[in-house]
Design a protein around this ligand. Structure first.
Ligand code: AMP
Length: 193
């Protein structure tokens, strides 16, 4: 199962991915988490991307695609992968198609979590005020930038996928457990033989 979770920052992709991982034993491939880990460990990649993340801009396609290539190869035997925060550009979406087919894999399910921008501001502001938030990019200014980047660079990949796939839309304004159940149903329908 290769599932792509699409949607703007703060729409709940990470929360939902965590839940799917627990239930189905899939791996979560979150480029945001990988980059934050690299920053925390002060690796060469971490040093390159630190300021990019803090600014709300996107990290270079080439670097992200290289990271994802390694992760797909590493997880060759996993029963499923959830792509969370990747792809974020058309170039990444095209590379993902190529990477999957090189590994005899394909996209099985696409889900877009739809949330309006006002709600996103509220969510991120709340996340920023929580004492255990470790994210430098959870503040209103950077969020504005991230939403802007999402609208310009990431939103177009939905139309790109809709040319070849059905993109399942879920209202991400509903509570977490309702969204969970809807995702669950889609996974179950998709894995039924
Ligand atoms: P996220 O946790 O998915 O919201 O990602 C946090 C930040 O990491 C983003 O604002 C970008 O700076 C960077 N990032 C994460 N995933 C990608 C990606 N696929 N392409 C480029 N930059 C990314």
């Amino acid at each position: 199962m290769n599932l792509i979770l699409l949607g703007p920052p703060g729409c709940g992709k990470g929360t939902q991915a965590t839940y799917i991982v627990e239930k189905y034993d899939y791996v979560q491939l979150s480029t945001g988490d990988m980059l934050r880990e690299a920053i925390k460990n002060n690796t060469p990649t971490g040093k390159i991307v630190k300021n990019v993340l803090a600014s709300g801009k996107l990290v270079d396609n080439e670097l992200i695609i290289q990271i994802m290539k390694e992760k797909i190869e590493e997880t060759a035997t996993s029963p499923g992968r959830i792509f969370d925060g990747f792809p974020r550009t058309l170039a990444q979406a095209e590379s993902l198609n190529a990477l999957l087919s090189q590994n005899n894999l394909s996209i099985n399910l696409l889900i877009e979590l739809v949330v309006d921008q006002e709600e996103l501001f509220e969510r991120i502001t709340k996340r920023a005020s929580e004492s255990d938030s470790v994210r430098d990019d959870d503040n209103a200014d950077v969020l504005r930038k991230r939403l802007d980047v999402y609208n310009k660079e990431t939103r177009p990949i939905i139309a790109f996928y809709e040319k070849d796939f059905f993109v399942n839309k879920i209202d991400g304004m509903q509570d977490i457990s309702t969204v969970n159940k809807l995702i669950d149903k889609l996974i179950e329908n998709n894995t039924k033989h």
